[in-house]
Every structure is written in C-alpha cells, then in structure tokens.
Ligand binder design. Structure first.
Ligand code: C5P
Length: 223
C-alpha cells in the first residue's frame, strides 16, 4: 500500500483533532481519528460492565467491538457507531478520555486495533491523528508532524470545546485531568506518546488555527 500518509501526533488539546480535520479537507484526503477507536473500546468495555484493569477481558472486548464512522453528509460531525449504537456524544466526555487512556496502556488492545488503523490508508491519501501514528502505526509515513502546546493552553482549548458542546466542566479540573492523562500516555511502556524522530514539531501555543493549518500543509506541499 503506497498511499501517502501524513501523521499528526500530540497530547490532548494540542489542536490535533481540529487541525487534522481541516488539513484532510484541504487535501481531499481520508481521516483517521485513532483516539475515537480507543474511546470506543473504553466505552464498550464500560457498557459491558468490565473492570478496565482486567487486561484479558478488555483485550477480548477490543477484538470484538464493532466500530464504524458515519459521515452525516451535511458537513456535520462524523458519528461514531459502537456495536450498532451511536455513541458520539458519550465518547467526547473527559470520562471517556480517561477510560480510553486506561485501556490504551494494554498491549492486547493496541494490537487488536493495529490492522483496523492501517486499513484507513487509502488513495489519494490519509491524515492520521493520534499518539503513535508516526512511531508505530505508520512509521513509513511520508509526512510526520507532532503538535504541542502548553498545558494551560491545552486545558483552555478543551474547556471551550466542551463548553460549546454544552458539557459542564471547570478549567481547574480539566487541567488536572489533562495532565494526568498526558503523564499516563507518555509513561506507558507500549507506544508511549513521543514525537517520531523524523517528525516536525510545531508548538501551537498562541498560534491561530489557520496558521497551524498552513504550517502543516506546507509539510505536504512545500511552497
Ligand atoms: O485523542 P483522544 O483524546 O481522543 O485520545 C483518547 C486517548 O486514547 C488518549 O489519551 C490515549 O490514551 C489514547 N490514544 C492512544 N493512541 C492513539 C490515540 C489515542 O493511546 N493513537
């Protein structure tokens, strides 16, 4: 499979989701939101009443959970269907993020999702958003970017995002949750969060979305 891939990795709130979507639109490429897969498995495990530290049961859950992305076709948000249920709203909560981060540290879960993620690689190209896109899933990607931002800025962005979606959160609690999640993602032994050696790191603190999109696009299409 030789379809070009652009990997966009980084911590939560680094702007990855927004930037990946806009860049994929601009390039006319497919999009993989790999975080949604981990969120979906965490959600399915919770719905089955599994103990998230039961690695065997959660691995089995990752292997059997059916996850589909559905484009509503009206320019609206992509829906995530988990075992036939539209779980989009449940998946965006910080609770779902924490569950995702917990089950994402289980090696069996990561291998269960390995091929599923690689299947997204199709022509004319793929923008892959996650934590280990450039290091583990698409190490041979043609273009690699790592987005960062200060923890404060990331908490503020997340706060705005969740508020806009009508969720009840406080900035202080979000900052704590985001820091805890990043520490766990960076400290785990399988696929820890870190930039690929050949990735271009972009610090997005105080930079507008448009400027970041332009910077990422220039990696794929140098002026
Ligand atoms: O990007 P998002 O916040 O949706 O990801 C939720 C969680 O899923 C992350 O905190 C991380 O633990 C996990 N994840 C991962 N590898 C990826 C994408 C997400 O471990 N490629």
């Amino acid at each position: 499979n030789s379809a070009p891939v652009l990997t966009i990795d980084g911590p939560s709130g680094s702007g990855k989701g927004t930037i990946s979507r806009l860049v994929a639109e601009r390039l006319g490429w497919h999009l993989l939101d790999s975080g949604a897969l981990y969120r979906a498995v965490g959600y399915a495990a919770g719905a089955e009443g599994l103990d998230l530290s039961d690695t065997e049961a959660v691995t089995r859950c990752a292997q059997t959970t059916k996850i589909r992305f559905r484009d509503p076709g009206d320019g609206g948000e992509t829906r995530v269907i988990v075992n036939g249920h539209d779980a989009t709203d449940e998946l965006r909560t910080e609770t779902a993020g924490a569950a995702a981060s917990a089950i994402a540290a289980i090696p069996g879960v990561r291998s269960a999702l390995f091929e599923k993620q690689r299947d997204f690689r199709r022509n004319p190209g793929l923008v892959a958003d996650g934590r280990d896109m450039g290091t583990v899933i698409f190490p041979d990607a043609r273009y690699k970017v790592f987005l960062t931002a200060s923890a404060d800025e990331r908490a503020k962005r997340r706060y705005k995002q969740l508020k806009n979606k009508g969720l009840n959160v406080t900035l202080a609690a979000l900052l704590r949750e985001i820091q805890a999640r990043d520490e766990r993602d960076a400290a785990r032994t399988v696929a820890p969060l870190r930039p690929a050696e050949d990735a271009l790191t972009i610090d997005t603190t105080g930079i507008s979305v448009d400027s970041v999109v332009a910077a990422v696009l220039s990696v794929v299409r140098p002026a």
